[in-house]
Design a protein around this ligand. Structure first.
Ligand SMILES: Cc1cc2nc3c(=O)[nH]c(=O)nc-3n(C[C@H](O)[C@H](O)[C@H](O)COP(=O)(O)O)c2cc1C
Length: 161
């Protein structure tokens, strides 16, 4: 079982910049994430990632059950983090453009070779942020375009190191 101490260290590394990998049928996409949380919910170790509904990743994820988070070592893969955080899979094939090597794991979504560890995640719950319930300052600071996130809560079913 994942120790709470360990999950804090994972979270710190995750928020330095990580890759969220989504897959829907033949379409696989890689997007940079920098926000998230980890905790213990419903008797399980759970990670939460916010994905704005405007993202191509959201389109791929919304009816699926799994995603992967590949977490690089601090300071590594900055070219990939930058590209995957500024280009949309709607317009470009990020995997092809960066010659990313995707590896199969134990869930239907692959992970990104070269990262230090990978969280294989099974979606348990998702909910779009309701601006009426959101702190006004956060709304102004983080959602000036009103492109709210859907919060995906997922069980960490496997960690590949
Ligand atoms: C450092 C960094 C962190 C980011 N974190 C998030 C995030 O947590 N959630 C999100 O929806 N977008 C986040 N983004 C923006 C997406 O990565 C970006 O819009 C990307 O182009 C979306 O790709 P897609 O349309 O292929 O899904 C982040 C971007 C960067 C550079």
């Amino acid at each position: 079982m994942l120790a709470l101490e360990q999950s804090r260290a994972y979270l710190e590394q995750l928020t330095n910049g990580s890759f969220l990998i989504s897959k829907n049928g033949e379409r696989t996409n890689v997007m940079t994430i920098g926000w998230g949380s980890m905790g213990y919910l419903w008797n399980r170790f759970v990670v939460m990632v916010p994905v704005r509904t405007t993202r191509y990743s959201y389109e791929l994820l919304k009816d699926e059950h799994f995603f992967t988070i590949s977490v690089p070592k601090k300071g590594q893969m900055s070219r990939e983090l930058n590209y995957c955080g500024t280009k949309s899979g709607r317009d470009v094939d990020k995997i092809k453009d960066l010659a990313l090597e995707m590896e199969e794991g134990s869930i239907p979504v692959p992970h990104l070779r070269g990262a230090q560890f990978h969280l294989e995640c099974k979606i348990l719950y998702k909910e779009e942020i309701n601006p009426e319930k959101l702190n006004g300052l956060i709304d102004l600071e983080c959602y000036p375009q009103k492109d709210y996130s859907v919060l995906f809560y997922a069980e960490i079913v496997n960690i590949i190191e």
